[in-house]
Design a protein around this ligand. Structure first.
Ligand code: URA
Length: 441
């Protein structure tokens, strides 16, 4: 078999066999296929696309390129949740504890943030002492004991994807549905959960900007998951404006803790309840969404979810005083009030621009080795649909460096649209995709 023949075959629009895809993934992971040939094949895939079968073969080959985590030592049905990434997405932090408080094991491997979206691990590290450096044995023990643990993704989890994703990032081949689906699902499948809930973001701040391609990605991933014998459901949720009010590491942790106390913003609370209900369905704890939402609401109201969160943080070295008193969490030196220049309705808050503004403040990583500032970020005072008067605060910018604030403000000017008329609101949940079909709401 030759990699040149495989490139030509794909370039000419033909289907690749399982053997050819295995040959490529194995050769690229081992280094016998160089970057320039892998780039060429990726570009051919980008233009000629892949069939469902080819995408499944690619996923399986990447999954098998490294360690397959064995979670058999954890009692119960393990449900993993994955978000395709967004701005202000602190869902795992609150939702994990809610679901764990319902008695469902949450064994989560998370990543760090890159670009305009933040990562769960960075956010959690706002709590002094907290660490995700757990061995697999400790991870399993913690989940059995307190029902939740979060560890960093090991280097040996789907290493082919790691290498390919870095190459895609610099060769203009990220936004292809088969490549995204294969990349995400290879890691999810290797991480060993029994069932997978996917939160596929759609809109300005998401990978997939339009509804149809978001559903296409959701369908592709659900099909791969079910083919690999993991119960998989995808929920397509809105990411046109940021989720909740807080963007930036410690600001988001504060918002997640407030939500666990029952005082979270409406959209974020609703999303946690919806995703939580589906996780409980996948874990066979409840049989309807209504039942699931009720169970999630009850563990928040009773304080059980917050109790589990504290145990989880303490078990991974974090100082729980910072949960009891969130004012102790990292704070920026300065706060700038971004005011509206017009009276009217907030009709757009572009999530991408807000995410980039937070990145410019220092909340995110421009490069893999960038050091992030946990204290900076943006706290929205208005959401889309709210009325605003001239001079009223749209958002508070938490910053430590004047120049970074100026750069962030330039970006923020593009983020907002204030109109005379009230805008039509986008739904938070656009639809559910499962093996029983698509239910667009
Ligand atoms: N997240 C991933 O892990 N992979 C992609 O290709 C896109 C988003």
């Amino acid at each position: 078999m030759s990699i040149v023949d495989i490139i030509l075959k794909k370039r000419n629009g033909k289907f690749l066999s399982k053997e050819e895809i295995d040959f490529f993934i194995q050769g690229y992971t081992e280094g016998t296929i160089p970057d320039y040939q892998a780039s060429s094949l990726l570009m051919a895939i980008y233009f000629q696309k892949m069939s469902k079968e080819e995408t499944a073969y690619l996923t399986e080959a990447m999954m098998n390129s490294g360690q397959l985590v064995n979670l058999a030592g954890i009692e119960g049905i393990k449900v993993d949740k994955h978000s395709t990434g967004g701005v202000g997405d602190k869902t795992t932090i609150a939702l994990g504890a809610m679901v764990a408080a319902c008695g469902v094991p949450v064994a989560k491997m998370s990543g760090r943030g890159l670009g305009h979206t933040g990562g769960t691990i960075d956010k959690l590290e706002s709590i002094p002492g907290f660490s995700v450096e757990l061995s697999i044995d400790q991870f399993i023990e913690n989940v059995n004991k307190i029902k939740i643990a979060v560890m960093g993704q090991t280097n040996d989890l789907a290493p082919a994807d790691k290498k390919l994703y870095s190459l895609r990032d610099v060769t203009g081949t990220v936004d292809n549905i088969s490549l995204i689906a294969g990349s995400i699902m290879s890691k999810k499948l290797a991480a060993g959960a029994d069932a997978i809930l996917l939160d596929v973001k759609t809109g300005n701040g998401a990978f997939m900007k339009d509804i149809d391609s978001s559903f296409e990605l959701a369908r592709e991933m659900v099909s791969i998951g079910n083919k690999m014998k993991r119960d998989t459901i995808a929920i397509v949720t809105d990411m046109d404006q940021p989720l909740g009010l807080a963007i930036g590491n410690s600001l988001e942790v504060k918002e997640a803790i407030e939500t666990l106390k029952g005082n979270g913003p409406e959209d974020f609370t609703n999303l946690c309840e919806e995703l939580g209900a589906y996780m409980l369905i996948l874990a066979k704890k409840v049989s309807t969404v209504e039942e699931g939402k009720k169970m999630i609401q009850e563990v928040v109201k009773s304080g059980e979810a917050l109790k589990v969160f504290k145990k989880f943080i303490a078990s991974q070295g974090g100082d729980v005083d910072y949960i009891e008193n969130i004012d102790l969490l990292p704070k920026s030196n300065y706060v700038y009030e971004l005011k509206s220049e017009k009276t009217g309705y907030v009709s757009q808050i572009k999530a991408m621009d807000i995410g980039i503004a937070a990145l410019l403040l220092g909340a995110g990583r421009e490069r893999k080795d960038s050091i992030i500032d946990l204290s900076v970020g943006i706290l929205l005072n208005k959401k889309v649909g709210d009325s605003v008067k001239k001079g009223e605060i749209l958002a508070n910018i938490h910053y430590n460096d004047e120049l970074k604030k100026v750069l962030a403000l330039e970006k923020l000017n593009y983020a907002y649209k204030i109109t005379k008329d009230k805008p039509i609101l986008r739904p938070l949940i656009h639809g559910i995709v499962s093996d029983t079909g698509i239910e667009k709401i």
